[in-house]
Ligand binder design. Structure first.
Ligand SMILES: NC(=O)c1ccc[n+]([C@@H]2O[C@H](COP(=O)([O-])OP(=O)(O)OC[C@H]3O[C@@H](n4cnc5c(N)ncnc54)[C@H](OP(=O)(O)O)[C@@H]3O)[C@@H](O)[C@H]2O)c1
Length: 343
């Protein structure tokens, strides 16, 4: 049996990816900080604790060698170097990268979006061979460093980089869908959406990402793939889908342009221009076909989120969401004041 080590296995992408690999015949060691396991994993999956910052612990887990390493949490240049250092003992790798690595023709990217005229204007969709940021500091530039270091290994450790879009699914620690689900549970029936509600930040179901991992594992290669769903709804459409699933009716106030303030009209998908990823590399190189759409995957996520929000305050349940969206996602007072100011 071929062996696979999955780093970050108990996260949202890791859970379905481990299951997909196990069902495909891989003997999987599922490593995460806490060593957790998913209820859907077959018993044969070995769940272990690992802090991947500890190089010696990673080397010990790889032991005499593994056929595959899947890395969900490669975030720094050191993580890339750590993987590259294992090349003589690892058959191939699949590493989750990010769509945040792209820049537009004027050098604008996610890094510049808060600057005047800094919102990136990408082609729709963004092909996998589109230009990327230079390696350096910050989330996207670090991912670029990792990608370049791993691709440079070539046949020594063929590595597939999966540039994920806006990841969604159960067990998400920064669930964008929380924006609409919590408002609906709080009884907010009016919402404000900047950019006419037309923002598109291409979602990526954890199930489609798991399918990409499964296919790339079966057919190793040095390559970059985008990872996103077959559909890319606007933020207004996402809100309407969530309303439909939760059985509520809402009124949407559209703003033609930027949010009037950071607290009003901005959502986790809001952007001046669409961010949509092309999937042709995965289709061409792996015969990839999506296993779900955003619309099909959404009920599971909304059901999971609703349950979590009934059990605990969102700030306790989703501390990383609080940290990621520092402008405040649920400043109802600011929103009410803005609505009142418009009469
Ligand atoms: N969220 C997005 O929209 C988005 C978009 C593009 C790309 N990405 C990429 O997606 C990846 C994150 O995947 P995810 O969303 O599935 O992650 P996640 O849900 O946040 O889960 C992270 C997993 O990694 C484990 N982990 C964290 N630190 C670790 C460490 N030092 N050593 C070993 N395991 C560790 C966690 O362990 P515990 O379970 O024990 O805590 C958990 O199992 C990142 O590479 C990110 O750049 C995300």
């Amino acid at each position: 049996m071929k062996t696979a080590l999955v780093i970050g296995a108990a996260g949202q992408i890791g859970r379905p990816a481990v299951r997909a690999l196990a069902e495909d015949g891989w003997a999987v060691t599922a490593a995460s900080l806490g060593g957790g396991r998913d209820a859907d994993w077959p018993d044969e999956v070995r769940a272990v604790r690992l802090d991947r910052e500890d190089d010696a612990a990673v080397v010990a887990l790889v032991g005499d060698g593994v056929d595959l390493v899947v890395d969900m949490v490669a975030l720094t240049a050191d993580h890339g170097r750590q993987l590259a250092g294992l090349a003589d003992r690892v058959g191939s790798a699949v590493v989750i990268s990010s769509g945040a690595i792209y820049e537009d023709e004027r050098g604008r990217s996610f890094l510049t979006q808060e600057e005047p005229d800094g919102a990136p204007r990408y082609p729709v969709p963004i092909p996998e061979n589109w230009r990327t940021l230079a390696p350096g500091d910050g989330y996207g530039p670090r991912k670029v460093r990792i990608e370049q270091d791993l691709l440079a290994l070539g046949d020594r450790m063929p590595t597939t980089l999966v540039r994920a879009g806006a990841v969604h699914g159960p067990h998400c620690r920064t669930p964008r869908e929380l924006y609409f689900v919590k408002r609906n549970l709080d009884g907010r029936r009016t919402r404000v959406l900047a950019y006419n509600g037309e923002s598109r930040f291409h979602p990526a179901s954890v199930r489609n990402l798991a399918e990409l991992v499964r296919l790339a594992a079966a057919r190793p290669g040095s390559r970059v793939l985008n990872g996103a769903d077959p559909d890319s709804p606007t933020v207004a459409e996402i809100g309407a889908m969530i309303d439909g699933l939760m059985g509520v009716e809402t009124e949407t106030v559209l703003i033609d342009g930027e949010p009037p303030s950071p607290e009003v009209g901005s959502t986790p998908w809001s952007a001046a221009h669409p961010v949509v990823f092309g999937m042709s590399a995965a289709e061409r190189e792996l015969g990839y076909k999506p296993v779900t759409t955003y619309a099909e995957a959404l009920p599971e996520t909304v059901g999971w989120l609703t349950g979590r929000l009934r059990e605990q305050d969102w700030r306790d349940g989703f501390p990383r969401m609080v940290a990621a969206y520092t402008t405040g996602l649920f400043d109802y007072a600011a929103e009410d004041a803005w609505l009142a100011s418009r009469g």
